[in-house]
Design a protein around this ligand. Structure first.
Ligand code: ZN
Length: 221
């Protein structure tokens, strides 16, 4: 397959695709841009980029030709002018087209560190929720392993907060599906903080209500 650049000429968006022919490249490009027809697009053969079919085309190379991207870390527009203003070399741009692209390695490292910290924070929170379940039902051994758990820790909030978390667990007498302990932070507008304790709540499937309430009643005594 060969490399082709495609460019939609109204808004000047486009990219590089690998295709067997110009017309195929045109179709792929139109599809990627959600265009109804394949007119209004410039498609050019780029033999020099053929060697990037396996790896993806380096973003810095495209930027040096006038393309632009957005940094996944700091959000800055990555183009030649912005890079120069920021004192960053174009060759230091990290990533390939259609992948995660960063203005520089430092930005990527920071982003990865934040992501890892959020992930660890969320996992520890799930462990805590599991502890709440175990403490609430001391006479059963809740099984957490088979079910999908969920936690959401937004990376833009510092210090970290959990906006949503859910653990599922099985219990004796369960027929329909696992019960869950759900933590939901309602005030989740951008930039908001938790202002007070949010109480996690138990849920169960409708058909299992009786069995679950019986269990809850037993554990109350
Ligand atoms: Zn950046």
């Amino acid at each position: 397959m060969g490399a082709y650049s495609y460019l939609e000429t109204d808004e000047f968006t486009g990219g590089i695709v690998f295709a067997k022919s110009n017309i195929e490249a045109r179709r792929i490009g139109a599809n990627l841009l959600n265009m109804d027809d394949i007119g209004g697009m410039e498609v050019k053969r780029r033999k020099d980029l053929d060697r990037f079919e396996e790896t993806g085309v380096p973003a810095w190379l495209l930027v040096s030709e006038g393309w632009r991207f957005e940094c996944l870390g700091c959000g800055m527009q990555i183009n030649e002018d912005e890079m120069e203003d920021a004192g960053l070399p174009v060759t230091g741009i990290v990533g390939v087209e259609h992948g995660h692209i960063y203005c520089c390695h430092v930005c990527r490292m920071q982003r990865m560190a934040e992501y890892a910290a959020c992930k660890a924070f969320g996992e520890a929170f799930l462990d805590m929720l599991k502890g709440v379940v175990t403490a609430r039902f001391p006479d059963i051994e809740p099984c957490f392993g088979e079910y999908r758990h969920h936690v959401y820790v937004p990376t833009w909030c510092s210090p970290y907060v959990v906006q949503q978390a859910k653990v599922h667990f099985s219990f004796p007498g369960m027929k329909i599906g696992p019960a869950s302990l759900v933590y939901q932070h309602q005030a989740n507008a951008h930039g908001s903080r938790i202002t007070g304790p949010v109480k996690p709540e138990f849920y169960c499937c409708n058909g299992d209500r009786e069995a679950f309430e019986a269990l809850a009643g037993r554990s109350d005594q």
